[in-house]
Design a protein around this ligand. Structure first.
Ligand code: DAT
Ligand code: MG
Length: 152
């Protein structure tokens, strides 16, 4: 059985501004993923540059930093077996225009620079990104009453 994983999800400024916090959290929750931490923050430039460091130098990097720091975001840690891959699949392709219908990006967005949500792309990035946004004591390990009905 695959181990429990934690992954970072960010509802980006467009998701917050468009009143989609509830819908996005609901879609992830209803799959069975568990919220282990959640907070609203206004990312500053330092945090944005660290979070997107891998993209530094690419043509979209500066607009990306501007966008992600333009207004508040909701940062969450989601937990579950294969949570990293499952979140990515639920979000859909980076470019909403080619994302599969039924994914969050396809159902709510149109453009790559306004793609609503972030999800960590692998175990190493998940670990780094979670630590960038949350102190260990902000992440809760809690028994959810539905856990036995979701996880074997
Ligand atoms: P993802 O967010 O799916 O992990 P990524 O890590 O490759 O995608 O890129 C981070 C963000 O940067 C992405 O959500 C939107 C933006 N981005 C990526 N590629 C882009 C491009 N070719 N043009 C404009 N924005 C881009
Ligand atoms: Mg990425």
């Amino acid at each position: 059985m695959s181990p429990m994983e934690r992954t970072l999800v960010i509802i980006k400024p467009d998701g917050v501004q468009r009143g989609l916090i509830g819908d996005i959290v609901a879609r992830l929750e209803r799959r069975g993923l568990k919220v282990a931490a959640l907070k609203m923050i206004h990312m500053d430039e330092t945090l944005a540059r660290k979070h997107y460091a891998i993209h530094e130098g690419k043509p979209f990097f500066e607009p990306l930093v501007k966008y992600i720091t333009s207004a508040p975001v909701v940062a969450m840690v989601m937990e579950g077996r294969k949570a990293i891959e499952i979140v990515r699949k639920t979000l859909g392709a980076t470019n909403p225009a080619i994302a599969e219908p039924g994914t969050i990006r396809a159902d709510y967005a149109l453009e790559i620079g306004r793609n609503l949500v972030h999800g960590s792309d692998g175990p190493d990035t998940a670990k780094t990104e979670v630590a960038l946004f949350f102190d260990e004591n902000e992440i809760l390990s809690w028994a959810r009453c539905s856990d036995p009905w979701i996880f074997e």
